[in-house]
Design a protein. Structure first.
Length: 346
């Protein structure tokens, strides 16, 4: 493993938010925003106007705080933009929808390089472009006095395309539990960066820029998925949300998860061996890969990209998640994880 190259931009007093000013920053950022296919009125007015062909709007918000969700010495500005967009695009897809537009709120110190903000805008635009979406508005404010942290608040709007929204509460006994996307890569990359290294590049890149399979969400809705969730906090934690909302038990199959997520001699095993960590811990409890987990009626052909990893059982005494019959909390503890997934304020 190799040491990371610092990515913090060098200060240039002629290129800071303080020097360029609010409207100068907005103009430079919007020049990189791209265009949203369904935007009837874009940036520049008091509000944007976005068409809603379905007649319903999917809406979600995520907040990224520097030092908690990203570090400028670990990630480029473009990385941060990609990551901020992905967290929201994945939430829309997990409802069975497709993102149509983003709104971005920014709080930053006055000495933030404008070029860094342009990089964030480029990352946002590049992540949205394949879906026909773009940033259509937002707000910029100065960070609180004494604060050096950048805060990004991103709101995504989406369209269901005539499909019913897929909720967390629809799983039923007998359903199949399935996964689309990869798990454990972002958490593995974070473990590498925390130890001062930057390789294997594949897992570090996965932490910097998630790669959610956005099309898998609408495809699952079309196929009749009964429940679905974006895996942002960890598989055990997020399947726990489905179990609680649906009043059922989700029993995951360890062998199926290993087969789906751990390529023999892959980067997770390599890093796990180097750090003395069981890579299954990252698969089960690591967040921010933004894979999707869903339940489907038994016998339903799974859409392309989806893999069966378990089954839904009746809750009995209480809803929850099991791995080969063992409670999620016990499995996480045995793997040395600090819990079943990320806990805000934990």
């Amino acid at each position: 493993m190799t040491r990371p190259r610092p990515l913090v931009p060098r200060p240039d007093q002629a290129d800071t938010v303080r020097t360029v000013g609010e409207f100068g920053v907005i103009a430079r950022v919007l020049a990189r925003a791209g265009s949203a296919r369904l935007a009837e009125v874009g940036p520049g007015d008091d509000a944007a106007v976005v068409a809603t062909p379905d007649g319903r709007v999917v809406a979600t918000t995520d907040v990224l705080v520097e030092g908690r969700h990203f570090r400028r010495d670990w990630s480029s500005a473009e990385d941060v933009g990609h990551k901020a967009a992905a967290a929201n695009l994945a939430d829309v897809a997990a409802m069975g929808g497709t993102t149509t537009a983003l709104l971005v709120g920014l709080a930053c110190p006055a000495d933030t390089p404008t070029s860094w903000l342009e990089g964030v805008a480029t990352g946002l635009a590049d992540e949205c472009a394949p879906l026909g979406a773009a940033v259509v508005g937002g707000d910029t404010v100065a960070a609180a006095p004494g604060s050096e942290a950048v805060v990004l608040s991103v709101t995504a709007l989406g369209d269901l395309g005539g499909r019913r929204p897929v909720l967390r509460s629809g799983a039923r006994p007998g359903d199949v539990v399935a996964l689309a996307g990869r798990l454990g890569w972002s958490a593995c990359g974070l473990a590498v960066l925390r130890r001062g290294f930057s390789s294997p590049l594949a897992v570090v890149a996965a932490h910097r820029r998630p790669s959610p399979p956005y099309a898998a969400g609408p495809a699952a809705a079309e196929a009749g998925a009964t429940a679905m969730c974006d895996v942002s906090d960890g598989l055990l934690a997020d399947t726990g949300h489905i179990a609680t909302a649906s009043g059922v038990v989700l029993e995951l199959d360890r062998a199926a998860l290993v087969a789906a997520c751990l390529v023999p001699d892959g980067p997770l095993q390599q890093v796990g061996a180097a750090l003395g960590t069981d890579p299954l811990a990252w698969v089960l409890t690591g967040g921010e890969d933004h894979a999707f987990v869903a339940t489907f009626p038994a016998g339903t052909p799974l859409p392309q990209g989806w893999t069966a990893i378990g089954a839904v059982r009746a809750a009995g005494t209480a809803p929850g998640v099991l791995v080969d019959g063992e409670a999620a909390e016990a499995v996480a503890a045995a793997l040395g994880a600090g819990g079943t997934g990320h806990a805000h304020f934990g």
